[in-house]
Write a protein that binds this ligand. Structure first.
Ligand code: DSN
Length: 412
């Protein structure tokens, strides 16, 4: 485990938990994270999240709390909100309390669609997210949820989105996904939403960091409400956030608290404030440019060695590999990759004939390895390993190469 004072204290007080956490430190430092939704936040973010403010109840919002002694919580939450609005310039209001992206989506959908209201989002199988109306998610149970898919090449077909929206006349149209590697035309989505009288909600959980840095187009100022997580490309602590137009903010705020949550996790809000401060620095833009370039290069290297990439490439940090032609499952490659020291995830591809625990795809992301300092040479090595694993090489063969990369590029 890292040698910060908290860790040694924990070792003395609770050896069992300390041993588990040590194991996780070791796992992360000796393997490469290529899971597109993960990243390595800074030690400053981690310090804020493990601060004493974790003890504090602060139900309510700054200067309107249900508990006394909230002046520090007020200060931190206001700081996080102001930094968020500076980072996502054009956002009129920010709610930094959602515990996660799914909670943020649920709260926003209740606020905009009302209980039982109709929503339209991208199907999980097409690259959307569970919380965009999937039948097993509360968003699919509590709302009248309809879905749109993607075209044969894996891209959003705006004519199809318009057709589904016109047919179902939703209260909320959702744009965004969890395995969608292409830019989204938010203006076109806004036009469709306007045509059918729906709110447009953009879920930018994955590309939030790229958008904050201005390296991919953003829905800020276009969508009525924007939801996100703070721990993916944004590289903050685990949590969610909602940005909203001023006239939606009151509804959103009361839907987060008291609607969906009790007391906010103030320690996470402190971590969000730190992360937003980091993201406002020029280095963050340079980092996000590398994340994007590395993903484009990874897709090119994989395709160059004969693998199929859904949509033929990427505009963001995600590369979705279609394994059908090689006739190997996502689950099998995930297992081989783990043995080689790569952490990746099996993922459904559009029209996947296999079930979600098996799948015919592999989702890769470059945010975490770019945080470690990877550039083109290292990405090319990773691509070679992945191709080898997909084609059935012994994973143990690659372990020393991965080990070497981990040692040369330590965690932040
Ligand atoms: N688990 C996140 C992802 O992997 O995209 C979304 O919830």
């Amino acid at each position: 485990m890292s040698n910060d004072p908290h860790s040694s204290l924990l070792r003395q007080q609770d050896a069992e938990v300390a041993a588990w956490l040590h194991r996780e430190d070791k796992r992360q430092s000796t393997t490469l994270t290529l899971i597109a939704s993960e990243n390595h936040c800074s030690s400053a973010v981690r310090a804020a999240c493990s601060s004493r403010i974790t003890d504090k109840y602060a139900e309510g919002y700054p200067n309107r709390r249900y508990y006394g002694g909230c002046e520090v919580a007020d200060g931190l939450e206001e700081l996080a909100r102001q930094r968020a609005m500076q980072l996502f310039a054009g956002a009129e209001e920010a709610n930094v309390q959602p515990h996660s992206g799914t909670t943020a989506n649920l709260a926003a959908l209740v606020a905009l669609a009302g209980s039982g209201g109709r929503i339209v989002g991208m199907a999980l199988k097409a690259g959307g997210h569970l919380s965009h109306g999937h039948s097993k998610s509360h968003t699919g149970m509590l709302f009248d949820a309809r879905q749109y898919g993607v075209d044969g090449s894996g891209r959003i077909d705006l004519d199809e989105v318009r057709r589904v929206a016109r047919e179902h006349q939703p209260k909320v149209l959702i744009a965004g996904g969890s395995s969608y590697a292409r830019n989204i035309d938010y203006r076109a989505f806004a036009e469709i939403a306007r045509e059918v009288g729906a709110f447009l909600m953009a879920d930018i959980a994955h590309p939030a960091g790229l958008m904050a840095a201005g390296v991919v187009p953003s829905p800020i100022g276009i969508a009525d409400v924007v939801t996100m997580t703070t721990h993916k490309t944004l590289r903050g602590p685990r949590g969610g956030m909602i940005l909203a137009r001023k006239d939606c903010a009151k509804l959103i705020n009361s839907s987060v608290f008291p609607g969906a949550q009790g007391g906010p996790l103030v320690q996470q809000i402190a971590g969000k404030a730190v992360a937003f401060g980091e993201a406002l620095r020029p280095e963050f833009r340079a980092y996000q440019e590398r994340v994007k370039d590395n993903a484009a290069w990874l897709a090119e290297c994989l395709a160059g060695q004969g693998l199929d990439i859904v949509t033929g490439g990427t505009d963001n940090h995600i590369v979705l590999v279609d394994l059908r032609r090689v006739d190997v499952t996502g689950a099998a490659v995930e297992e081989r990759a783990l043995a080689a020291g790569l952490s990746v995830n099996k993922n459904a591809i559009p029209g996947d004939p296999r079930p979600p625990m098996v799948t015919s795809g592999l989702r890769l992301g470059t945010a975490a390895v770019t945080t470690r300092g990877f550039g083109k040479d290292e990405i090319a090595k990773v691509a070679e390993i992945i191709v080898g694993l997909v084609r059935g090489s012994d994973p143990e063969r690659f372990r020393p190469v991965v080990q070497g990369l981990c040692e040369r590029f330590p965690l932040p």
